[in-house]
Design a protein around this ligand. Structure first.
Ligand code: C2O
Ligand code: CU
Ligand code: CU
Length: 510
């Protein structure tokens, strides 16, 4: 019932260092509960924000310039969303409000990576079993790209992120700066998320699945899709633009929703980057599919659109790919561009054909190939537990690559949904996807392929950190483990899956 396109798109707040620490820029970010207007006609909504902001402030750092961040929790001791205490890591003996920050896509030493059990409470009064440091070090040795930071606390990540704990972390470098891409105020990050609200304007997150579980209240849900879409913390905003090219860094920050984005005038997006940086070549895309946590660096050319209004729409099914289509008047809407500003100066940007050199990782027969099942099992009350290779979080570590070795991980998806699989620490390339017969696998555990190996989409042909593993397909990725040893995690980025066992520790050994 809310009217779309009545609020301007908020530009995310920049953050600056407050001092230096061992010669490195030093930042402090505190998580706080605040109230924020998310739509013209909604009363202020209670959110959790980094520095009290939803989305959190945007870091813009330079490659090769490490920084230090002190993350503190100044949140109240009661959660604003329903916690299921039967979920591993969120039991009744744990503090309700626990936080730990992870820089998604960051190549970060393990102590600073935000291990899910390295959580801490308000003022570090209580800390989790893996807690070792208050100061996080981000080396920023990786190529320019759009990263994001978000909460990762064991068993309640879906609730902490839903409450607002997410923000951008953008790395710039010379290679990217030398390309003739739109810059400065024409380079805009867009965080897309879905949310629902109750009549008082409070964030709504279900406390029961459908059908409900009377014996467990609140209970986890298999996934959650909000009724409306927000961009940078506003519901269906608009952006007034000049008739020129703009660069948008699009992040799907939703809990479970996939977005397939298109423009109402059938104009294409020109994609220049993926999760981990520049693509080898610019790719023209009419429909941009993004699973939770995936990013796309794109250019929209408004130069021939003066006077026009262009709506960014979403037509991805929820759950993806076999669920329901969105309602074109609510979750099918994302935002609107109004090309109503005069051209303030000549647009000197171009859409380059060639962008960067991406060396191909080639599969070799002697590389370790791990075959990893994506599957579900019912729990004692018949809720679906999503698992990685049929194992729970607390089982012994099974993925233990050695430093600087190349491995191929192939995800065999026995479920009915696409899972965005994410590995911390490493960037990878997608080798291929191949369909297989789920019924045969169900019967005798044999993988019988039913089609050819399909190369990734052209706009997936760069470095990735999150990959869509589709149902009844084997998805193969290849990566080199490094530059750090230590304890990390890999998981499905549908947050309801991640919290309910679709996450596993892994270790890089010397
Ligand atoms: Cu976006 Cu484990 O993270
Ligand atoms: Cu991550
Ligand atoms: Cu999943």
């Amino acid at each position: 019932m809310l009217e779309p396109f009545v609020d301007p798109l908020p530009s995310t707040e920049p953050i600056h260092p407050i001092s230096t620490y061992n010669g490195m820029p030093f930042y402090h970010v505190s998580m706080r509960q605040c109230r924020q207007k998310l739509h013209r006609d909604l009363p202020p909504t209670t959110i959790w924000g980094y520095n009290g902001l939803y989305p959190g402030p945007t870091f813009r750092v330079s490659r090769y310039e490490p920084i230090i961040v002190l993350w503190t929790n100044e949140l109240p001791c009661q959660h604003i969303l329903p916690i299921d205490t039967t979920v591993h890591g969120a039991e009744e003996d744990k503090p309700e409000v626990r936080t730990v920050v992870h820089l998604h896509g960051g190549v970060t030493p393990d102590l600073s990576d935000g291990y899910p059990e390295a959580w801490f409470t308000n003022n570090f009064e209580i800390v989790g079993p893996y807690f070792r440091t208050k100061l996080y070090e981000y080396p920023n040795q990786q190529p320019a790209t759009t990263l994001w930071y978000h909460d990762h606390a064991m068993g309640i990540t879906r609730l902490n992120i839903y409450a607002g704990l997410a923000g951008f972390y953008i790395i710039h470098d010379q290679e990217e700066q030398l390309l003739p891409l739109p810059k400065g105020s024409y380079d805009i990050p867009l965080l897309i998320q879905d949310r629902s609200f109750d009549s008082s304007g409070a964030l709504f997150y279900p406390s029961q699945p459908d059908p409900p579980i009377p014996s467990i209240n609140p209970s986890v849900v298999p996934d959650f899709f909000g009724k409306v879409n927000l961009v940078n913390g506003k519901i269906w905003p608009y952006l007034n633009v000049e008739p020129r090219r703009y660069r948008f860094r699009i992040l799907n920050g939703a809990n479970a929703r996939f977005y397939r984005l298109s423009l109402s005038n059938a104009q294409p997006f020109y994609q220049v980057g993926t999760d981990q940086g520049l693509l080898p070549y610019t790719v023209k895309v009419d429909k941009l599919l993004l699973a939770p946590a995936e990013r796309a660096d794109i250019i929209i050319d408004f130069s021939h659109e003066a006077g026009n209004e262009i709506v960014m729409r979403n037509d991805a099914m929820s759950p993806f790919p076999q669920g329901d289509p969105p309602d074109p008047t609510s979750d099918g809407l994302v935002m609107k561009f109004r090309v109503n500003k005069p051209l303030s100066n000549l647009d000197e940007s171009h859409i380059p054909k060639k962008l960067s050199y991406v060396p191909k990782l080639v599969p070799k027969p002697f590389y370790t190939e791990r075959k990893l099942l994506l599957n579900t099992r019912p729990d004692s009350v018949k809720r679906n537990i999503h698992l990685l290779d049929d194992r729970f979080w607390s089982e012994p570590i099974t993925e233990n690559p050695s430093l600087w070795t190349t491995e191929i991980w192939s995800f065999i998806n026995m479920t009915g949904a696409t899972h965005p699989i994410h590995l911390h620490l490493v960037r990878f390339q997608i080798l291929d996807r191949q369909s297989f017969d789920q019924d045969v696998y169900e019967k005798n555990g044999k993988v019988v392929t039913t089609g050819p190996k399909i190369r990734p989409e052209t706009n997936e042909a760069g470095w990735k950190d999150t990959v869509r593993a589709n149902p009844a397909e084997i998805t193969r990725i290849i990566m080199v483990f490094g530059p750090y040893t230590g304890l990390y995690v890999w998981h499905c980025h549908i947050l309801e899956h991640e919290d309910y066992e679709m996450m596993r520790p892994y270790i890089v050994i010397r």
